[in-house]
Structure formats: structure tokens, C-alpha cells
Write a protein that binds this ligand. Structure first.
Ligand SMILES: [Ca+2]
Ligand SMILES: [Ca+2]
Length: 662
């Protein structure tokens, strides 16, 4: 009722972000009449505020230095500080997949940080918190960074959110450098323009650092507007700030306000945003019936120096599963339900949010198995509550460590490290080092910084935690030990889940290949090319044959001479993954396997600017009515990445599937 059509005008009008800001400011000014307390019997509202790369110590009460966070501190003194709260992986997409599904990222197949070139996303078979709450009739809204797949089929509105406004991925995935300047000349492939999405449509672009400066304000206005609009029903609001991920952006309100510098200014603005959201809840009269959760998606990106946050006493940062990467500040507030000014040192994690929210709202749990546990007893301050006694620390498919109680055991592995390297300056990154861990045991109660390996002193603890590791591996797999997990599920893949079978006369017939494809991209073997099934846009989906520098030379034997109308060979182009179209494709036919007639020879423009991954088909029409028994397809790999490519001179890939005979 409050805002029936307020944003219709903005649709389908890509333009500057500043224009959006002004339009929104006008619309939010209309709202916000105070109202009496909402019906407390209504299932509670849930607000999750997630920041990006904010370190463990980057909140006042968690030890911030050089800036203050009065709103977060007040939120903590009126609620609960979780001091041992973890993300599932210390990187954006994997961490977010876990937060929304209640599963370790391994289980739902999302690793690392997706990019504008990624063809995977959170699988539609996985249920998000928003989808779960829709079953209870909640109004659901999301503002900010999504990062779980940018194809339309993966966007928030297809994942349970009634409305969405924000960036589909990170704010540094744009064609500019960290200083807002275009990249050096000669390199053609960087990120495409960074879109701002409203619903499912692009409504603008983040083009400059000035645009970055507006993001926190813009998201906050949207969040407040959502609360005001939905105050008379149960709602779920997910605010995922783009900040303080580099390049840092902060509005005039906070620029130059912190002692620490730009990063401190950015956190002060996020703190302001939290205050605005809490005030909006109060104004709407729903304060007492709303659980508000504040946390970060991973630890600080330390090689950005002054533009990065701090993990305080914790070891390492983003990209590692040492405490500095995995442990994040977390505050929860729910007046009347969460006792004021409390703290918890029990293990808890973002994967526990979904089952906890299910418990407090009465929503049914997802049909797929999940990893989270209900931590409501911690929220309510029940004495001795320990709903989660253990935790697995995965990164990129590797089981790095496990924790049980105060003990954390690291398994032998190497990791990206910030130790002993000079961080970058003025917003640019510094180099990384490589760290190596042996089998190392730490007592986090007495040694929160993981400095003193006590594995030799407590061999029985090591054995127990190793057993825990084996349980994790059996279920979720582990690349370090080459273990496949029985409980892992695939990501969503753009271009169709089932990939749709195609009618192919060659299916079940014989095929021989002159050159070997990579063992890593081997599909189901040679027959992949004629099995009547086509690949998705994801080159790693197990339906492609990948040739590293080699050509594809395939000979199909139909076993008998058959009337053939057309032969089509399909190839993947995904230049961000160093996969290029063949420089030429030749299709030839024969009755006897000796004399071949070339029916199609195509040279391709391998300098094409088709940056988004796509499949290109090369069809050849058979003009004569002579039956065909043998088909030869020759596709030339371009060999090395072209000069304009970021991998210039490196080995180029050719990905083939499928040779369709009609
Ligand atoms: Ca992040
Ligand atoms: Ca196939």
C-alpha cells in the first residue's frame, strides 16, 4: 500500500547510479509513519545483515581500533555477541551459499568467488532461507551483493526473494582498476561493466569510484523502504553490503571521519546503516518481534594493507581457514527473546542460521540433508548449551582443519598466506606468500592466535580429531586425500540442468579420436561426442572433452551407410577459462572410409569479442543423396592464447561436444 509502483519508472533504463539514488531518496521520504506495536503472535521477522571482508576485530566491541561502531556496539549490548562464529569458507560465494542453505559449501557445490564469466550458480534444487520462509507466507527481500550466479535462472527472485536490488557479484568485478582507472592498454578481456540489478533487470552500472561511494547509502534506503512496506506482515530481509570489499566506497557523510582512514570510514558508514535499519524496525513497531543478525562473509583481505580490515589477534585472513579467515564478528539481537548484553564462546556458524530460523518461525526444513544445527539455545542464553560441538574447515574442496570444543587440528596442507609479505598501498593489493601447515593442534582457549602447535603434547586429542576429519571426508570429500564425498551435490549450471538429450543418428555408434583429451575434462570418454547429450555452459560439468593445445580429429563410423541430412559439431567458447573456438572446422563424409568428401570448411574469427561463455555450432548440410557411413570432424586448436588475452602465450583449450548426425 505504501509504495504501489514507486520503482516501475526505474526499470529497463540503464543509467547512472546517482540517478537511482536521487529517485530512491524521493520515494523513501514518503514513508515511515509510526505505528503501534505489531501483533507479537505473528511469526517473527528476520533481518540478516552481511558485510563483505569485514574482519573479526572490525567492530568496536570486538576490538576495533581507529574507528567507532556505536550502533553495532549498542546492538551487542542489547543482544548477544557470538565470539566463536564461523563462515564455511573464507571467500564470498562459497560463504554465501552456506549462509542461505545451511550447508557446507562442499555439499552444495559452490566454491570460491564466482565471476561475471561463471556459468554455475546455486543449484535450484537447494532451498534458501527465503524459499523456506515463503512457505510460511513471509514477504522476502534482498538488497546488495548476491554472488550465487548471475544468470537470470540463479538470481534472487528465482531463489525465494520477492524483490531484489543490488550487484550480482563483487564490486571489483568491473572493467576498472582498484583506482577506478581503466586497465593497461592491449589487454582486452577484463570484466564487463558492473551491472546494478533491480528484480531481474539491469537498471544501471557502477562505472566510477563515485558510484562505489553511493552503494551503502543506496542499499540502506532500500532496506528501510522494505521494512516500512512490510511492517504489517512477517518478513525476511537479507542485506548483503558490497562494502568493505575493495575498491572501498564511502559517502560524503563519513569520508575522512575515522582515524584509521578510508577503511574505517567505510565501516562507520556500515555502522550507520545498521542504526538506520534498527531505527526503521522501531518506527515500524516491529522491533520486539524481529531477530536481527549481523555478520561478515569472511575475514579481512590483508594484502590490501590500509584498505583491509583486521582480524585482531587471529592468524591470517581471507582465503585461509586459519581463524583470521574463518572466524567473523557476529551479533544477534531480538528484544525479549535474546537476553541483553550476553556473549557466547560456543562454536556456531552461518550454516546454523537456516535451521535456527526454521525453529523460530515454524518453517519446515529443506528436503535435502543440511549441515546446520539449531542454535536457539545459544540465543536464549541457556546454561551449558553447546548445540554444535564441532566444525569442519574446508577451502576449495580441501579439508584444512577440524575443531572440537577448544581444539583445532590442521591437516597437512599449503595455503595462501599474508605472513612476511609487504601489503599493497593506496588501494592496490600486495603479493601473497605460500604457507605450509603440518598436522598441527591448537588450543583456542589459551592460544586464539594459533601460534603454538601442541600436537605432540596431546596425541589422543589428535587421534580424536583425525577421526572427525575422516567423517567429514566420507560425507563431503577432500581433495587433499583424494576422497570423494558421498553427500555432495552439484552446483546449478546455466543452460539447463538436464542438458536435454539431442537426437543423434551416431548415438551408440563407433568413434575414434586421433588426439588425446585432458584427463580432467574427459566427459564419459570418446563416446561423449556422440552420446546424444549436450553439455551445459559449464566446461567442468563432465559433459565436455577438453583438448589442451591439441586439435580434435574425430572419425565416426555409423556401422552402415545411412541417409544423412546434416552434421553439426558443437564447441564451447569460454575465454575467461582459456577456452577458445577452433580456428577452423572441417567436416568430411565417406562411404568407404578411404575417400572423403569435405562438405564444410569454416575459418573462425578467434578474435571475436564474445566474452560470455557460449556454445557455437558448426553445421554442415549433406547435399548429395548418397548414403554416408564415415564422418570425419577436424577442429584446429588455436594453440596459444592470443596477445590480447590475459593468458597471452599460454596453452589454449578446445572444448568439444557434440557431433550431431541427423
Ligand atoms: Ca568476501
Ligand atoms: Ca555429448
Amino acid at each position: 500500500m505504501d509504495f504501489p509502483v514507486q520503482n516501475k519508472k526505474l526499470r529497463r533504463r540503464p543509467g547512472s547510479i546517482l540517478g537511482l539514488l536521487i529517485a530512491l531518496a524521493a520515494s523513501t521520504a514518503l514513508s515511515g509513519l509510526p505505528e503501534n506495536n505489531a501483533n507479537q503472535a505473528r511469526p517473527p521477522n528476520v533481518v540478516i545483515i552481511l558485510t563483505d571482508d569485514q574482519g573479526y576485530a572490525d567492530v568496536g566491541k570486538f576490538g576495533a581500533k581507529g574507528f567507532a561502531t556505536p550502533n553495532l556496539d549498542r546492538m551487542a549490548s542489547r543482544g548477544l555477541m557470538l565470539r566463536d562464529f564461523y563462515v564455511s569458507q573464507a571467500v564470498c560465494s562459497a560463504s554465501r551459499a552456506s549462509l542461505l542453505t545451511g550447508c557446507y559449501a562442499e555439499r552444495v557445490g559452490i566454491q570460491g568467488a564466482l565471476t561475471s564469466w561463471s556459468t554455475v550458480g546455486l543449484n535450484p534444487d537447494e532451498e534458501t532461507i527465503a524459499e523456506m520462509l515463503k512457505k510460511k507466507g513471509y514477504a522476502t527481500g534482498m538488497v546488495g551483493k548476491w554472488h550465487l550466479g548471475h544468470y537470470r535462472e540463479f538470481l534472487p527472485r528465482q531463489r525465494g526473494f520477492d524483490e531484489y536490488f543490488g550487484l550480482p557479484y563483487s564490486n571489483d568485478m568491473w572493467p576498472m582498476g582498484y583506482d577506478g582507472q581503466p586497465p593497461a592498454k592491449g589487454i582486452r578481456r577484463s570484466y564487463p561493466p558492473l551491472p546494478i540489478i533491480e528484480g531481474d533487470e539491469k537498471v544501471g552500472e557502477v562505472r566510477t569510484l563515485e558510484d562505489q561511494n553511493t552503494l551503502t547509502t543506496l542499499y540502506t534506503q532500500r532496506a528501510v523502504e522494505f521494512i516500512e512496506k512490510n511492517k504489517n506482515r512477517s518478513f525476511f530481509l537479507y542485506v548483503a553490503h558490497s562494502m568493505p570489499h575493495v575498491p572501498l566506497g564511502v559517502s560524503e557523510k563519513f569520508r575522512g571521519k575515522s582515524e584509521q582512514g578510508r577503511y574505517g570510514d567505510v565501516i562507520m558508514e556500515i555502522d550507520w546503516s545498521v542504526g538506520e535499519i534498527l531505527q526503521a524496525l522501531e518506527r515500524a513497531g516491529v522491533d520486539g518481534n524481529t531477530l536481527v543478525i549481523f555478520t561478515s562473509d569472511n575475514g579481512p583481505w590483508l594484502n590490501f594493507g590500509k584498505h583491509a580490515g583486521s582480524a585482531g589477534p587471529l592468524r591470517e585472513g581471507k582465503g585461509t581457514m586459519w581463524e583470521g579467515g574463518a572466524r567473523v564478528p557476529c551479533i544477534m539481537r531480538w528484544p525479549g527473546r535474546i537476553p541483553e548484553g550476553t556473549e557466547s564462546r560456543s562454536i556456531a556458524a552461518t550454516i546454523d542460521l537456516l535451521p535456527t530460523i526454521a525453529a523460530i518461525t515454524g518453517a519446515p526444513l529443506p528436503k535435502n540433508p543440511i549441515d546446520g544445527v539449531n542454535i536457539l539455545p545459544l540465543l536464549e542464553g541457556q546454561k551449558g548449551a553447546e548445540p554444535r560441538g564441532q566444525y569442519y574447515f574446508y577451502y576449495g574442496g580441501e579439508l584444512k582443519a577440524v575443531r572440537m570444543g577448544k581444539w583445532k587440528l590442521h591437516f597437512p596442507n599449503s595455503y595462501v598466506s599474508y605472513a612476511g609479505v609487504e601489503p599493497g598501498k593506496n588501494g592496490f593489493p600486495g603479493p601473497y606468500a605460500t604457507g605450509k601447515s603440518g598436522l598441527e593442534l591448537y588450543d583456542l582457549d589459551s592460544d586464539i592466535g594459533e601460534t603454538s602447535n601442541v600436537a605432540d603434547k596431546y596425541p589422543e586429542i589428535v587421534v580424536r580429531l583425525q577421526g572427525l576429519g575422516n567423517e567429514a571426508r566420507a560425507e563431503l570429500g577432500d581433495k587433499l586425500t583424494g576422497t570423494k564425498g558421498r553427500g555432495v551435490r552439484p552446483p546449478g549450471r546455466a543452460g539447463g540442468q538436464g542438458k536435454g538429450p539431442v537426437k543423434n543418428l551416431a548415438a551408440g555408434k563407433k568413434i575414434t579420436l586421433e588426439n588425446r583429451y585432458s584427463g580432467q575434462y574427459a566427459g564419459r570418454g570418446d563416446v561423449t561426442l556422440i552420446d546424444g547429450e549436450r553439455g551445459t555452459l559449464d566446461h567442468a560439468d563432465g559433459t565436455w572433452l577438453g583438448f589442451e593445445t591439441a586439435d580434435l580429429v574425430a572419425l565416426v563410423d555409423l556401422g552402415e551407410s545411412l541417409p544423412v541430412r546434416q552434421i553439426t559439431a558443437g564447441f564451447l567458447e569460454a575465454q575467461s577459462a582459456w577456452i577458445f573456438l577452433p580456428s577452423s572446422v572441417e567436416i568430411a563424409i565417406s562411404r568407404d572410409g578411404k575417400e572423403f568428401e569435405v562438405i564444410q570448411r569454416v575459418q573462425t574469427d578467434t578474435n571475436s569479442a564474445d566474452a560470455a561463455p557460449h556454445v557455437k555450432d558448426f553445421p554442415a548440410v549433406v547435399s548429395s543423396s548418397t548414403p554416408v557411413r564415415y564422418i570425419r570432424v577436424t577442429a584446429r586448436n588455436i594453440g596459444t592464447c592470443p596477445v590480447w588475452h590475459q593468458g597471452a602465450g599460454g596453452k589454449a583449450w578446445l572444448f568439444a561436444d557434440e557431433i550431431v548426425v541427423e
